[in-house]
Design a protein around this ligand. Structure first.
Ligand SMILES: Cc1cc2nc3c(=O)[nH]c(=O)nc-3n(C[C@H](O)[C@H](O)[C@H](O)COP(=O)(O)O)c2cc1C
Length: 194
């Protein structure tokens, strides 16, 4: 129950746990990767995916220049890599070399695709707009990669095979210990005739 009411935002982690993923980009011979927890699917047709990137990030300018980026969903076992690429800048280090990030070939872009991901999108920059201190990059998904064993036939993730890296804020990550799921039939549950 809500019992604290403020006009000032204290911390900004109320929406967590949030899936922490890795945004990748390449510009000529240069590559970069950063952790991102602020991201979202936006549209089915065309398929659009958005990520909020601060102009302070090296990745920001690289996406502006490359006009494409990769979205890499990595499992909990790889959460350390999320912290590593989120803890230093591509201005100072080649993260792919330093953290020995292995890639698979992209299909439609030059965005690096991380081999250990359970799913990854190649995005071509579709739109970009500034909101406060972050840039909302909207990418059109032009290719998708998946670990097919991690998804059921209907496209839903099988959390027995792949557990997403969930971020809580302040460098804390949630380890999901149970793979128990429940199905809530929206039509039956919302049936107003009942
Ligand atoms: C879990 C986690 C989530 C993050 N989410 C974002 C995000 O959504 N947007 C952003 O601009 N920075 C985010 N960051 C910070 C960047 O990943 C970090 O500043 C990174 O070092 C930038 O690297 P770069 O300078 O090579 O681009 C996050 C960091 C962590 C650890």
């Amino acid at each position: 129950m809500l019992d604290k009411h403020d006009r000032e935002l204290e911390g900004f982690y109320h929406y967590c746990p949030a899936v922490a993923m890795i945004v990748t980009v390449s510009r000529g011979p240069e590559k970069d990767a950063m952790a991102a927890a602020w991201h979202s699917p936006i549209s089915f047709d065309p398929p659009l995916y958005g990520v909020s990137v601060s102009p302070k990030r090296h990745t920001y300018q690289m996406i502006v220049d490359a006009k494409e980026f990769g979205v890499n969903f990595v499992p909990f076992e790889v959460a350390e890599l999320v912290a590593q690429v989120g803890g230093c800048s591509g201005r100072d280090v080649d993260k792919f070399e330093r953290f020995k990030i292995e890639e698979v070939n992209p299909l439609e872009t030059s965005a690096p695709i991380i081999r250990d991901s359970y799913a990854a999108y190649e995005c071509r920059l579709f739109a970009s707009s500034t909101h406060g201190d972050h840039e909302w990059f909207v990418g059109e998904i032009v290719a998708a990669h998946a670990d097919s064993s991690a998804f059921a036939g209907d496209g839903v993730i099988d959390v027995q095979k792949a557990v997403p890296a969930l971020y809580l804020g302040m460098d804390r990550y949630l380890k999901i210990e149970s793979s128990e799921t429940i199905e809530l039939d929206r039509r039956r549950l919302a049936d107003l005739r009942r």
